[in-house]
Design a protein around this ligand. Structure first.
Ligand code: HEC
Length: 128
Protein backbone atom coordinates (compact mmCIF):
# COMPACT_ATOMS: atom_id res chain seq x y z
CA UNK A 1 0.00 0.00 0.00
CA UNK A 2 2.68 2.48 0.96
CA UNK A 3 4.51 1.47 -2.23
CA UNK A 4 1.73 3.08 -4.24
CA UNK A 5 1.78 6.25 -2.23
CA UNK A 6 5.47 7.05 -1.86
CA UNK A 7 6.33 7.40 -5.58
CA UNK A 8 3.49 9.91 -5.99
CA UNK A 9 4.96 12.14 -3.30
CA UNK A 10 8.43 12.09 -4.78
CA UNK A 11 7.06 12.82 -8.25
CA UNK A 12 5.13 15.76 -6.85
CA UNK A 13 8.15 17.05 -4.96
CA UNK A 14 10.25 16.99 -8.09
CA UNK A 15 7.92 19.25 -10.06
CA UNK A 16 9.13 22.83 -10.42
CA UNK A 17 5.68 23.99 -9.37
CA UNK A 18 6.12 22.73 -5.83
CA UNK A 19 9.51 24.37 -5.51
CA UNK A 20 8.15 27.62 -6.87
CA UNK A 21 5.43 27.58 -4.23
CA UNK A 22 8.00 26.94 -1.55
CA UNK A 23 10.21 29.76 -2.83
CA UNK A 24 7.21 32.06 -2.97
CA UNK A 25 6.32 31.22 0.59
CA UNK A 26 9.86 31.97 1.77
CA UNK A 27 9.81 35.23 -0.17
CA UNK A 28 6.54 36.35 1.40
CA UNK A 29 7.60 35.48 4.95
CA UNK A 30 10.95 37.24 4.59
CA UNK A 31 9.26 40.36 3.17
CA UNK A 32 6.75 40.56 5.92
CA UNK A 33 9.49 40.27 8.50
CA UNK A 34 11.55 43.09 7.04
CA UNK A 35 8.48 45.32 6.74
CA UNK A 36 7.55 44.68 10.33
CA UNK A 37 4.04 43.48 9.51
CA UNK A 38 2.70 41.14 12.12
CA UNK A 39 4.78 42.80 14.79
CA UNK A 40 3.11 45.43 16.93
CA UNK A 41 6.13 47.75 16.99
CA UNK A 42 5.87 50.80 14.79
CA UNK A 43 8.69 51.99 12.60
CA UNK A 44 9.74 55.42 13.88
CA UNK A 45 12.46 56.12 11.34
CA UNK A 46 12.13 59.61 9.91
CA UNK A 47 10.79 61.16 13.11
CA UNK A 48 12.88 63.43 15.29
CA UNK A 49 12.42 61.86 18.71
CA UNK A 50 14.61 64.46 20.51
CA UNK A 51 12.43 67.30 19.23
CA UNK A 52 9.36 65.25 20.05
CA UNK A 53 10.56 64.84 23.61
CA UNK A 54 10.81 68.63 23.99
CA UNK A 55 7.23 69.09 22.77
CA UNK A 56 6.13 66.28 25.06
CA UNK A 57 7.84 67.85 28.10
CA UNK A 58 6.39 71.28 27.33
CA UNK A 59 2.80 70.20 26.90
CA UNK A 60 1.71 66.60 26.36
CA UNK A 61 3.13 65.47 29.71
CA UNK A 62 0.50 67.51 31.56
CA UNK A 63 -2.04 64.79 30.74
CA UNK A 64 0.04 61.87 29.49
CA UNK A 65 2.39 61.53 32.47
CA UNK A 66 -0.33 61.26 35.18
CA UNK A 67 -2.94 59.82 32.79
CA UNK A 68 -5.28 62.75 33.32
CA UNK A 69 -8.81 62.62 31.78
CA UNK A 70 -8.16 59.01 30.80
CA UNK A 71 -5.13 59.89 28.66
CA UNK A 72 -2.97 56.84 27.97
CA UNK A 73 0.03 57.15 30.29
CA UNK A 74 3.40 57.29 28.61
CA UNK A 75 5.46 54.08 29.13
CA UNK A 76 2.34 52.11 30.13
CA UNK A 77 2.54 49.47 27.42
CA UNK A 78 -0.80 47.90 28.24
CA UNK A 79 -2.55 51.26 27.83
CA UNK A 80 -0.80 51.87 24.52
CA UNK A 81 -0.93 48.48 22.80
CA UNK A 82 -4.35 48.86 21.19
CA UNK A 83 -3.67 52.49 20.32
CA UNK A 84 -0.31 51.68 18.75
CA UNK A 85 -2.03 48.91 16.77
CA UNK A 86 -3.92 51.65 14.90
CA UNK A 87 -0.67 52.79 13.29
CA UNK A 88 1.11 56.14 13.19
CA UNK A 89 -1.26 57.78 10.68
CA UNK A 90 -4.29 57.46 12.93
CA UNK A 91 -2.38 58.40 16.10
CA UNK A 92 -1.05 61.52 14.36
CA UNK A 93 -4.45 62.36 12.91
CA UNK A 94 -6.08 62.10 16.35
CA UNK A 95 -3.33 64.24 17.88
CA UNK A 96 -3.58 66.98 15.25
CA UNK A 97 -7.37 67.07 15.01
CA UNK A 98 -8.35 66.00 18.51
CA UNK A 99 -10.04 62.80 19.69
CA UNK A 100 -12.63 62.74 22.51
CA UNK A 101 -10.93 64.36 25.55
CA UNK A 102 -7.64 64.61 23.64
CA UNK A 103 -7.59 68.26 22.49
CA UNK A 104 -6.41 69.12 18.95
CA UNK A 105 -2.62 69.59 19.09
CA UNK A 106 -2.78 69.04 22.83
CA UNK A 107 -4.51 72.43 23.11
CA UNK A 108 -1.69 74.49 21.55
CA UNK A 109 -2.71 75.45 18.01
CA UNK A 110 0.68 77.15 17.53
CA UNK A 111 2.43 73.79 17.32
CA UNK A 112 3.18 72.69 13.75
CA UNK A 113 2.00 69.32 12.41
CA UNK A 114 5.68 68.35 12.32
CA UNK A 115 6.09 69.02 16.04
CA UNK A 116 2.99 66.97 16.82
CA UNK A 117 4.21 64.07 14.67
CA UNK A 118 7.55 64.03 16.48
CA UNK A 119 5.82 64.19 19.87
CA UNK A 120 3.58 61.24 18.95
CA UNK A 121 6.64 59.31 17.73
CA UNK A 122 8.44 60.06 21.00
CA UNK A 123 5.44 58.85 23.05
CA UNK A 124 5.18 55.68 20.95
CA UNK A 125 8.95 55.07 21.26
CA UNK A 126 8.58 55.13 25.05
CA UNK A 127 5.42 53.04 25.13
CA UNK A 128 5.90 50.13 22.72
C1 HEC B 1 -5.65 68.02 28.22
C2 HEC B 1 -5.02 66.74 28.33
C3 HEC B 1 -4.17 66.27 27.18
C4 HEC B 1 -3.07 66.87 26.61
C5 HEC B 1 -2.43 68.21 27.00
C6 HEC B 1 -2.59 65.98 25.58
N1 HEC B 1 -3.39 64.86 25.52
FE1 HEC B 1 -3.18 63.30 24.22
N2 HEC B 1 -4.82 62.41 25.00
C7 HEC B 1 -5.59 62.92 26.04
C8 HEC B 1 -6.68 62.02 26.31
C9 HEC B 1 -7.74 62.21 27.37
C10 HEC B 1 -6.55 60.95 25.39
C11 HEC B 1 -7.46 59.73 25.26
C12 HEC B 1 -8.56 60.05 24.26
C13 HEC B 1 -9.48 58.85 24.07
O1 HEC B 1 -8.98 57.79 23.68
O2 HEC B 1 -10.68 58.98 24.28
C14 HEC B 1 -5.37 61.23 24.60
C15 HEC B 1 -4.91 60.41 23.60
C16 HEC B 1 -3.76 60.64 22.87
C17 HEC B 1 -3.23 59.78 21.86
C18 HEC B 1 -3.82 58.44 21.43
C19 HEC B 1 -4.85 58.70 20.36
C20 HEC B 1 -5.48 57.42 19.86
O3 HEC B 1 -5.82 57.36 18.67
O4 HEC B 1 -5.63 56.45 20.61
C21 HEC B 1 -2.10 60.35 21.36
C22 HEC B 1 -1.19 59.81 20.28
C23 HEC B 1 -1.93 61.60 22.05
N3 HEC B 1 -2.94 61.75 22.96
C24 HEC B 1 -0.89 62.47 21.81
C25 HEC B 1 -0.75 63.69 22.46
C26 HEC B 1 0.31 64.62 22.14
C27 HEC B 1 1.36 64.43 21.06
C28 HEC B 1 0.15 65.69 22.97
C29 HEC B 1 0.99 66.93 23.05
C30 HEC B 1 1.11 67.71 21.85
C31 HEC B 1 -1.00 65.39 23.81
N4 HEC B 1 -1.52 64.18 23.47
C32 HEC B 1 -1.47 66.23 24.80
C33 HEC B 1 -5.35 64.08 26.73
C34 HEC B 1 -4.36 65.00 26.46
Amino acid sequence: MSNQFTPKISRLASTPFVWLCFAGFLFITSCSQSDGYGSSKLDLKGFDLAKGEQVYNNLCMVCHTPGMFGAPKIRDKSMWASRIAQGMDILINHSINGFNAMPAKGGNANLSDEEIKNAVAFMVSQSQ
